[in-house]
Write a protein that binds this ligand. Structure first.
Ligand code: AMP
Ligand code: MG
Length: 409
């Protein structure tokens, strides 16, 4: 069993064991937001399908309107109109114009438009104060060309991409099936929120913070409740879990007698590694159990979240075939002292804010108490300050940060 890996080694090992999900499902556009596109999508149509106008005004023949000005307007005879969706069926002849509205096809015979602001109506005629030009004509297929791929497999469906898929003619989209992620909490002391807290008890926060992180990463959390600290209880819960793509447990991975997740995996799993040189979150176990990747996360609430964010999230991204990175790295100016952790990499929680005057444009302030059981640090904070081994970060120093929440100005 490999133990005490560096952060980079642990991440590489986790990614090595990620099996991309091959099953797709079709969802309507209204359900597609934040799903991952499973295939390349080519446009079914040209857009626009014909030349059309980008302005309200008049369509005419440019040659008829040369030299038009306020002083010497050009007068054209109106022969019809072309509202969006109801094209003018006739042809624009010499000395003629058709009134036209944004998005409407340019009528046959016309090769130019003039905006309504540069004209005046005169009964059956229109006066042009500037020449009609092709500049406000949107050329056929200038936006989308039929058969061309504009959305690619692995792309997260953002609002813009959902809209683009609709514009390309799709009403349903093939997306990657969400990985089903079992979440099991261990610990005799752990009780469900909403029930009375017995002496020495602690509410099961891990299940819910992890379920939220899983959802954010594109997975489907499957809450498996909690198991008492015995190998038998743990096995029983896992046996009843159904088909999963990943198992997450929290607690029971340290050195103690009651660290039953470790005992179970030592006896019946294949352990890829135990322990990473980092703080918080030192003792995670990454393994395979009954053919399923298994992350034994530490019990401390901050550790569980940080370890999932740094390794579990990239694992889910790879399973989903997502082409966007699982997290960003930014540079920031530390406003406080951030303590290192000797030979380990420290991930200190910070409030990261945008400041265009700071080098790197960001500032990182400590959340205060950096203990791994103080979950408020993850609620108040929005980023991890990375403190490399054998260093501390002094106030005023430039640091690397990994945002895990929205960064505000
Ligand atoms: P363990 O890793 O099992 O020794 O747990 C470490 C610490 O995390 C202990 O203080 C536990 O009470 C706490 N803990 C374990 N599981 C949870 C949980 N699901 N929710 C909140 N705290 C937990
Ligand atoms: Mg425990």
């Amino acid at each position: 069993m490999r133990t005490s890996l560096t952060v980079a080694e642990a991440l590489a090992t986790v990614l090595e064991h990620a099996r991309p999900i091959s099953e797709h499902e079709e969802v309507p556009l209204t359900e597609a937001l934040e799903r991952v596109l499973a295939v390349d999508l080519a446009s079914k149509v040209d857009h626009p399908d014909v030349d059309n106008t980008a302005v309200d005004g008049y369509a005419a023949r440019a040659a008829d309107t040369a030299g038009a000005s306020r002083e010497k307007p050009v007068r054209l005879r109106l022969v019809g109109e072309s509202p969006a969706g109801r094209p003018f069926s006739g042809e624009v002849g010499p000395g003629e114009a058709v009134s036209i509205f944004t998005g409407a096809p340019l009528p046959a015979g016309a090769d130019a438009v003039v905006a309504v602001e540069d004209t005046a109506r005169d009964g059956e005629y229109v006066l042009l104060f500037t020449p009609a030009t092709p500049k406000d004509i949107r050329e056929k297929a200038q936006d989308l060309r039929r058969g061309e791929v504009y959305l690619r497999r692995g792309e997260l469906l953002t609002p813009g991409r959902v809209g683009l898929a609709a514009a390309m003619g799709y009403d349903r989209l093939p997306v990657v099936r969400r990985p089903r992620v079992g979440i099991l909490s261990t610990g005799d002391e752990v009780v469900e929120p909403g029930t009375p807290l017995p002496p020495g008890g602690v509410y099961n926060s891990n299940a819910y913070s992890l379920a939220a992180l899983v959802r954010q990463a594109g997975g489907e959390p499957v809450l498996l409740g909690k198991a008492y600290d015995s190998v038998a209880a743990l096995k029983q819960r896992l046996a009843g879990a159904g088909r999963l793509d990943l198992i997450l447990t929290s607690g029971g991975v340290s050195m103690g007698e009651y660290d039953v997740v470790r005992h179970l995996l030592e006896a019946e799993g294949t352990i890829h590694f135990w322990k990473v040189l980092q703080r918080p979150g030192g003792p995670p176990i990454f393994a395979e159990y009954a053919g399923t990747p298994f992350f034994g996360l530490p019990g401390n609430p901050v550790s569980a979240m940080v370890v999932f964010f740094l390794y579990g999230r990239p694992l889910l991204f790879k399973m989903l075939g997502r082409s966007d990175p699982p997290y960003r790295r930014l540079r920031a100016i530390a406003e406080d002292f951030f303590k290192g952790a000797g030979k380990k990499t420290a991930f200190r929680r910070a409030v990261l804010s945008y400041d265009p005057t700071a080098p790197g444009c960001h500032r990182a302030r400590t959340v205060g108490n950096q203990s791994s059981e103080v979950l408020r640090s993850m609620a108040v904070g929005n980023a991890l300050v990375v403190v490399p081994p054998h260093t501390n970060v002094e106030a005023g120093q430039e640091v690397e940060v990994i945002p895990f929440g929205e960064v505000l100005g």
